[in-house]
Every structure is written in C-alpha cells, then in structure tokens.
Design a protein around this ligand. Structure first.
Ligand SMILES: *[C@@H]1O[C@H](CO)[C@@H](O)[C@H](O)[C@H]1NC(C)=O
Ligand SMILES: *[C@@H]1O[C@H](CO)[C@@H](O)[C@H](O)[C@H]1NC(C)=O
Length: 452
C-alpha cells in the first residue's frame, strides 16, 4: 500500500511541485498583500506585537536583575545591622557588669535618653492628634452631621439612623486631645440639630454604645447639661425595647413610634451581644440622673441570662425575648456574642467591684473557663486561637471581632489570684500575637495541615 501511494505522488509530476512552492512563498510577495488589505493590516499588527513582546521581555529581564541587585543590597544591609545589634548587646552587657561608681558617664547618657524619650512621646502624641484632625476635618468637610464618611466617594451616609454617629462618638476624643473649638462646634450641632424623635428604625445596641455612650462621656468630661438632657431623651426613646415578658429587649426600635422589633434574619430572636451590651451606659445614666429605672431595666437582662446560664458560661447567640429561655445558635466570642462577655467584666468594674456587683464577676469567670475550652493551637506554628461552636461541633474559625479577648483578659486578670492571673495573662499574650500575625482579614479559617 505504501508503494502504491508513493508511485502516485511521483507521477503527479514536477509541474505540481513548483505550484506548491509558489503557493508556499506567496506570503512573502508584496503583490499578495496589495490585493488583500485586511491581511496586510494583520501582518503589520503581527510585526508590532512580536517587536513589543520582545522589548517587553527584555525590559522585564532588566527590571528583574535590578530588583535582584536591590534585594541583595538589602540583605547585606540587614546583615550588617544585625551584627551591629549583636555588638551593641555585647557592649551593654559589659556596661551592666561595671560597678556603680564607674558609671558616671552612663548615668549622664541615661538622663539624655529620658529627655529623648519625652520628645519622642511628644512627637508620637502629636502624630496621633494629626491623624485625628485629618479624619475629623474630612468628616467636617464632606459628611458633617451624618453618621459616617465614606472615604473613597467622600460622601456622608446615615448607617445608624442619622444621629450623627461619628460626631457624637468623637466628642470625648476631641475633648481629651484638647481640640476645644472642634468640640464646641460639635456641641452646638448636638444642641441645635440632633433631633431624636425621628421616624427611623435603629439598632438599640448601636444607638446605645455610640450615641448614648458618646453623649455620656461628653457630659462627664465637660459637665455640660445638654449632653445629659439628650442622653435622657434618647434612653426614654429606647426603653420600650425592653418591654417584653422576659425583660430581654428587642434589638430594633422606631425612635418616634416605639414599636420594637427584631431583624427578620434572626427569625424573631434577640441577639446575645445586642441584648447584653447596654448595661454600662444605662447604669451610668442612672448614676448621673439618680433615676434607677435605666439601670434596673438593663440589669434585669443579666439576671435573666444568669437564670439560664450554662455550666461553662457560654451562651448561644439567639434568644426569644418572649420566653427568655432555651437560647439557640452558635457560641462565639466574635460577632453577636463578643461584647456580652466584655460588659459582664466592665459592669463589675463600674460597680466598684463591690458585693452588689459580684455576680457579674462570677458569671464572667465562669465564661472564661468556657473560653479556655474553645482555645486551640494551630499546627505547626502553635498559635492560640479561639474557635466557635454550634451544638457539639467545633468550627476552626476565628472572627476578627474576637480580637478584643486579649484586652478583656488583661483587664480581668487583676481580679484573680496570682496563679490564675498569670495563666490568663499568658493566654492573652498568645492570642494577641496571633491577632497581630494575621489581623488582615475579617475571619481566620484554620485548615488542617497535611503533615506529610
Ligand atoms: C519614657 O516615657 C514614658 C511616658 O512618659 C514612660 O512611661 C517611660 O518609663 C519612659 N522610659 C524611659 C526609658 O525613660
Ligand atoms: C464607685 O466609686 C466612686 C469613687 O469613689 C464613686 O463616686 C461611685 O459612686 C462608686 N460607684 C458605685 C456604684 O459604688
């Protein structure tokens, strides 16, 4: 069969082979493109592309080589810096071993370094203040009186019901930083423009911590009555939220009409953190007005939680405000759980750690034992992190909001005996390291490592 085909191709003769040759080389003849402008354009495009790719690769190569040289230089610099540090450590170790009467010069150095320290602190303080002024003046320019400034589109938005959340929440910062003209301007806005009988539905929790808390801090710092007046009016508008058989509040309310509700996505449930994070503000308001009803209302919630408190002190995040029993949902120190635990500790501190508020501390300590059961360590790096739980299933997931836990442990550690305090402080440090290490995301998901 092979033989047959070769003989037939041979017999097609030399005339056909010269046509094939001409057809093959036709692309290189100008005549060919004269008749076909589209192909000519294609050819030009092809030439340009090839040239471009060639040059691009060459410059890319050059860039890479420059980058490599730069990195090598940097490595060399770091090496010499490391050596300098080693040398310095050796010298300072030697200096320390020198007896006292010989250290006149080093004493002198110490006093100058304290001066340096002062000026460094001063500079840092100024930088923080500059950052505040930058943010504040942008808010003033683009979003005055609204809840938040969107930094990219530079428009103000009312994400918390339009009560000037940023303005109110910043009052204490302005005051502490000595930005008095800014503070006065904000105070005027509150006096003249903060209208609370507003036909909007707001989050009871957000309104309490941002607006009520902001007003009360401003009152404490400045002593100006307007802040306390507004605090009272706002609290009165929020109070109907607690008007439930269990005392556990609804989490949303219309500021004009009352009519509390819960968000649709919780299917009627109230949220643990939303319901258990108004105590500080409401207790503070009662202390300042001598009207106990705010404190009583907020503390009734904790008493209810105390009655259903589990042995490990970890409450699921959803609870029915009608029945106030059988909470459901996950257990978390992240969103929807977080500040309930924080407020237990801080309410104990606000109550001067007296017998009357001891139950807050006891509940908190129980929850901290529960917290320990949620701590896991990553492999192979062995960083401590806080898991979440739904029923008996543990989720290796850590919410960014859980990053308040190290601070809370540090704050609460002083109420323990030294041994327990040390244990919780080292847990705080471990978890703190973990957050610094990976605090660039909303949620950390820990995946099992294949150790092979
Ligand atoms: C530096 O200043 C801070 C704040 O004033 C102070 O706490 C710290 O002890 C000082 N350190 C030295 C080395 O003087
Ligand atoms: C806590 O102590 C402070 C200062 O002594 C006092 O002004 C305040 O009334 C006390 N608060 C409570 C709840 O005992």
């Amino acid at each position: 069969m092979g033989k047959k085909s070769s003989s037939s191709s041979y017999s097609s003769g030399s005339s056909s082979s010269s046509t094939t040759l001409r057809r093959r080389w036709r692309f290189f003849q100008p005549r060919y493109y004269g008749k076909r402008p589209k192909r000519l354009a294609l050819l030009i495009l092809l030439c340009v592309s090839v040239t471009w790719i060639f040059y691009d690769r060459q410059s890319l190569n050059r860039d890479h080589q420059e980058e490599i040289l730069r990195l090598q230089e940097e490595v060399a610099n770091l090496r010499s810096a490391l050596e300098a540090i080693h040398d310095h450590m050796k010298t300072s170790a030697e200096t320390e071993s020198i007896p006292k009467h010989e250290t006149e010069t080093s004493l002198h150095t110490k006093s100058t370094s304290a001066e340096d320290n002062d000026s460094i602190c001063e500079k840092r303080r100024q930088k923080v203040k500059d950052a505040m002024l930058h943010a504040w003046s942008s808010y003033e320019k683009y979003a005055w009186g609204t809840d938040e400034l969107k930094p990219i589109s530079r428009i103000g938005v009312d994400s918390f019901g339009g009560l000037g959340a940023t303005l109110v929440d910043s009052l204490d910062t302005l005051y502490i930083m000595g930005l008095h003209s800014e503070f006065q301007k904000a105070r005027e806005w509150i006096e003249k423009s903060l209208y609370l009988k507003k036909n909007v539905e707001v989050s009871v929790f957000e309104t309490t911590i941002r607006i009520l808390g902001g007003l009360l801090s401003a009152y404490d710092l400045s002593g100006e009555e307007v802040f306390l007046e507004k605090s009272k009016e706002l609290a009165e508008r929020l109070l109907p939220a607690w008007d439930t058989p269990s005392g556990i509040p609804y989490n949303r309310i219309n500021l004009e009409h009352g009519r509390p509700t819960n968000p649709r996505w919780t299917r009627g449930s109230s949220i643990l953190a939303d319901s258990g994070s108004e105590q500080l503000e409401f207790i503070a308001l009662s202390q300042r007005t001598n009207d106990p009803k705010y404190q009583e209302t907020a503390e009734k919630v904790i008493e209810r939680f105390r009655r259903i408190f589990p042995a490990d002190g970890l409450l699921p995040i959803y609870i029915n405000p009608q029945t106030g029993i059988n909470p459901t949902g996950s257990i978390t120190f992240g969103a929807m759980g977080d500040s309930f635990y924080e407020y237990l500790l801080k309410a104990w501190i606000l109550g001067n750690k007296t017998e009357a508020v001891k139950y807050y501390r006891e509940m908190w300590e129980t929850s901290m034992q529960g917290l320990e059961s949620l701590i896991k360590r990553s492999t192979p790096s062995s960083f401590a992190y806080i898991t979440e739980k739904l029923g008996n299933t543990v989720y290796d997931k850590m919410d960014e909001l859980a990053c308040f836990v190290p601070g809370m442990l540090a704050l609460g550690s002083s109420g323990y005996d030294p041994e327990e305090a040390g244990k919780y402080m080292s847990l705080a440090e471990e978890a703190y390291t973990e957050f610094n290490f990976a605090a660039c995301t909303d949620v950390l998901q820990f995946l099992p490592v294949n150790t092979n």
